[in-house]
Design a protein around this ligand. Structure first.
Ligand SMILES: N[C@@H](CCC(=O)N[C@@H](CS)C(=O)NCC(=O)O)C(=O)O
Length: 216
């Protein structure tokens, strides 16, 4: 059976488990990294020399790392013409948003993990946090404008373009102090939240991580 190595609350693991949930294929997820450790294990490093998560492994020994590559591979294998657009221009548009999300949108998440999740309020670098929110807000301005005419990132239906960006958006919506308003992004989030796979793999997992932090 298809295996995914990685703790379920890693942001790069979440994209892939949500993608698999939408596809509906059976897989086994192995808790790895974070509190579970194992990233420096030589057998794991042979699968993924970065010692990071997630890593995909198939029964014949094929392995793949980099969450973007993993999502593209899974969508092409199991959802050609749907989650993985067949038309070259539509696929390029999906690729564009996936790369944009990882490069331009994702940095706020790293700052949140360090400043909100790992530090007490007294230790927090509020200026760094405010700068990250401001920068991400500018990216959400771009998304808000795009979503005026689009239910999902590539039009009327969910595609692979939504996985990186949609999974980050749950943290943006629920973890951002004094979040600026983006009505079309909020409506997009509600559409995502109506999807069972999104609720299971993104919202519930992030909420449980957040609750643990609040309890200290
Ligand atoms: N560019 C890589 C980044 C992988 C990455 O940094 N993953 C984080 C988890 S989201 C990680 O492995 N952190 C160490 C750990 O959790 O033990 C990808 O998208 O797959």
């Amino acid at each position: 059976m298809l295996k995914i190595w990685g703790r379920k609350d890693g942001s790069n693991v979440i994209k892939v488990t949500w993608c698999l949930g939408e596809i509906g294929v059976d897989y086994e997820r192995i808790d790895w990294g974070g509190v579970f450790g194992g990233n420096d294990d030589p057998t794991y490093r042979a699968k993924n020399p970065n010692g990071r998560l997630p890593t995909l492994e198939e029964d014949d020994g094929f392995t793949l790392w980099e969450s973007g590559a993993v999502m593209r591979y899974l969508c092409a294998e199991y959802s050609m013409g749907e989650l993985y657009p067949q038309n070259l221009r539509a696929r390029a548009a999906a690729d564009k948003w996936m790369d944009w999300s990882s490069i331009n949108l994702a940095p706020f998440n790293g700052v949140y993990l360090e400043e909100i999740l790992q530090k007490s309020a007294a230790e927090r670098d509020e200026l760094r946090l405010a700068a990250a929110i401001k920068q991400a807000g500018l990216m959400y301005d771009i998304l808000d404008a795009h979503l005026v005419d689009n239910d999902y990132m590539c039009g009327e239906k969910l595609t692979m373009a939504d996985f990186p960006l949609g999974s980050l958006t749950d943290r943006w919506i629920n973890w951002t102090p004094n979040r600026p308003s983006h009505p079309n992004v909020e409506a997009y989030y509600e559409r995502l939240a109506s999807r069972p796979a999104y609720r299971q793999h993104v919202i519930e997992v992030n909420a449980s991580r957040w609750q643990k932090i609040q309890k200290g």
